[in-house]
Write a protein that binds this ligand. Structure first.
Ligand code: GRF
Length: 211
């Protein structure tokens, strides 16, 4: 049984997609051990409570320094017994000690086709604003492992989504969530739960069922 901790900051639609996928049996052999938010007002926490999950708010504002926050977050996640950390709209720079405590065991969803529109400053609606400004005809979402860089870790899965002429950043954001994010994040978690995701020389390989 794969134990996951889901880290959130906002609306939590990706968290909801994971909860629903477990309930439907699209993700199997997986349990959400904890949902952690840096933001006490995150609607994602309500979704987690409604699903009967363990929730925890760890806010940087409750600590005297960033270092103390980073340590508290890392300590909590280590103690939670999670095997995998899922960043589902977590708007906090992931502490270095967390990355080393969970090497190749942290995944993130980014709302573009990496390496386009990613890296520092590309978060939330900024990603979709940049895609529309450049005039790309296709965008999408990427699930990747988290390393020390920003959106630089090994890519696990991507899904393209069409950009339409009248799109606003909000409309494109929603289409990418519906058509890509809410599908590939649950899919990747299920693959990891069944030990089908492997990294070799910085690249991800997905093995066939039963391999
Ligand atoms: C998503 O667009 C995700 O790609 C990005 O943050 C957003 C989170 O949305 N990393 P939600 O909180 O899951 O609704």
């Amino acid at each position: 049984m794969l134990k996951i901790a889901v880290l959130v900051s906002g609306g939590g639609t990706n968290l909801q997609a994971i909860i629903d996928s477990i309930a439907r049996g699209d993700i199997t052999d997986t349990k959400i051990a904890a949902v952690v938010s840096n933001n006490p007002g995150a609607y994602a926490l309500k979704r987690a409570e409604e699903a009967g999950l363990t929730t925890k708010c760890i806010s940087p504002r409750s600590f005297e320094s960033r270092e103390l926050f980073n340590q508290a977050l890392t300590d909590y996640l280590v103690k939670s017994g999670a095997d995998l950390i899922v960043l589902a709209g977590f708007m906090v720079v992931v502490p270095a000690q967390l990355i080393s405590a969970f090497k190749n065991r942290i995944i993130n969803i980014h709302p573009s086709l990496i390496p386009s529109f990613c890296g520092k400053g590309y978060y939330g609606l900024h990603v979709h604003e940049a895609a529309l400004k450049r005039g790309v005809k296709v965008s999408g979402a990427t699930v990747h492992f988290v390393d020390e860089g920003t959106d630089t870790g090994p890519i696990i899965m991507q899904k393209p989504v069409e950009v339409l002429p009248d799109d606003t950043p909000q409309i494109l954001q929603r289409r990418i969530m519906e058509q890509a994010e809410w599908k590939i994040m649950p899919r990747v978690i299920d693959l990891i739960a069944h030990d089908r995701v492997h990294i070799k020389d910085g690249k991800v390989y997905i093995s066939q069922e039963g391999d």
